[in-house]
Design a protein around this ligand. Structure first.
Ligand code: NAD
Length: 315
């Protein structure tokens, strides 16, 4: 390891912290993984070993031992953050714990070090407001597990400095991940709001006796989820209508509004918004070539389903 190897501190060694450690180490960083619970570090060590084995066997990691050598565990916070250019916090979702951890990190780390929080639900401003170095604190929220899935939400608090956003964005890109820029805080940010809208309706449908839990899982596993594996919800709707998103949303606008109101999605959208989304889609999926886009969707679906079937046979 050279003196130029970037150093990253991962704080909290649970599901997300240990997965971040692998993601950073795969990107070439030297990682120190810290947790207040020694048993959590032990569990993390064996989980990381298993993850590295799987990555290597799946042809996604050239040198398992080199990756393991880049990750050290530590029970000392000061040792963990020494020399780090970025600190990634992934401790439990408890406001007081996050507040305490950020206070300690802010006091100990030089002010050029960015401190990203993995917080899926609590807005980062809730636990950084009183810190002298609050300008370098921000949300850097992955999708579980970040050593495999590439989307990462990056969102400033009202007091985050622009350099901290830029630096964290570049760091995430350097790992081969895909930063999603969220312009301002909202509970659950983007990823969990999308996720919980679906989870909430799934609970309603099962709780009110419309279907069984297995039917909800089947609807996603054998339907919606397969398309969403490679298309976003806007792209999916666009490809569902031969004239694209405008047609999908506005042909039966009243029906669409009724259904959204019924599921609790009450945002009062207007035609200008639908046109903006259509223009965005038109740039990569022009309506003039809709049959070709739909054919490509179908071919990708078939290839994905075939791969999933093969994988089932392997396990
Ligand atoms: N699990 C997910 O799907 C997911 C996805 C994205 C983001 N997140 C976010 O990541 C964070 C961690 O979630 P998780 O699922 O890994 O939780 P987890 O319970 O698996 O791990 C949390 C770890 O934090 C440690 N911890 C507690 N207090 C600490 C302290 N003061 N200092 C250092 N470590 C401490 C615990 O010992 C534990 O090992 C949360 O903010 C969560 O919202 C979770």
């Amino acid at each position: 390891m050279t003196s130029r190897t970037p150093r990253i501190a991962c704080i909290g060694a649970g599901n997300i912290g240990r997965s971040w450690a692998v993601a950073f180490a795969r990107g070439g960083a030297a990682v120190r993984l810290f947790d207040t619970v020694p048993a959590a570090l032990e569990r993390a060590r064996s989980a990381i070993e298993a993850t590295a084995t799987d990555l290597e066997q799946m042809g996604r990691l050239p040198d398992k031992q080199a990756l393991l050598d880049r990750i050290q565990v530590s029970t000392s916070l000061s040792e963990a953050i020494e020399g780090a250019c970025h600190i990634q916090e992934s401790v439990i979702d408890d406001l007081e714990v996050k507040r305490r951890v950020f206070r300690d990190l802010d006091a100990a780390a030089p002010d050029t070090v960015t401190i990203g929080s993995s917080s899926g639900e609590l807005p980062v401003s809730k636990f950084t407001d009183e810190l002298p170095g609050r300008g370098r604190c921000l949300l850097v929220h992955p999708v579980n597990p970040p050593h495999i899935l590439r989307a990462v939400e990056i969102c400033p608090t009202p007091w985050t400095d622009p350099w901290a956003v830029e630096s964290s964005t570049r760091l995430v890109e350097s790992l081969g991940m895909v930063p999603l820029k969220v312009s301002r805080e909202i509970n659950g940010y983007v990823i969990n709001r999308l996720q919980y809208a679906l989870i909430g309706e799934a609970l309603h449908l099962v709780g009110a006796g419309y279907c069984e839990p297995a039917d909800i899982d089947a609807a996603l596993k054998h339907g919606l989820g397969l398309r969403w594996a490679f298309l976003g919800p806007f792209e999916t709707s666009h490809l569902n209508a031969s004239q694209g998103y405008l047609q999908y949303m506005l042909t039966d606008e009243e029906g669409a509004r009724r259904l959204m109101t019924d599921v609790g999605a009450r945002y009062p959208w207007n035609h200008a918004l639908i046109e903006k989304i259509h223009r965005y889609l038109e740039a990569s999926l022009p309506v003039s070539a809709m049959p070709a886009h739909q054919r490509e969707r179908d071919r990708t679906l078939m290839s994905l389903m075939q791969r999933l079937q093969e994988r089932k046979g392997e396990s």
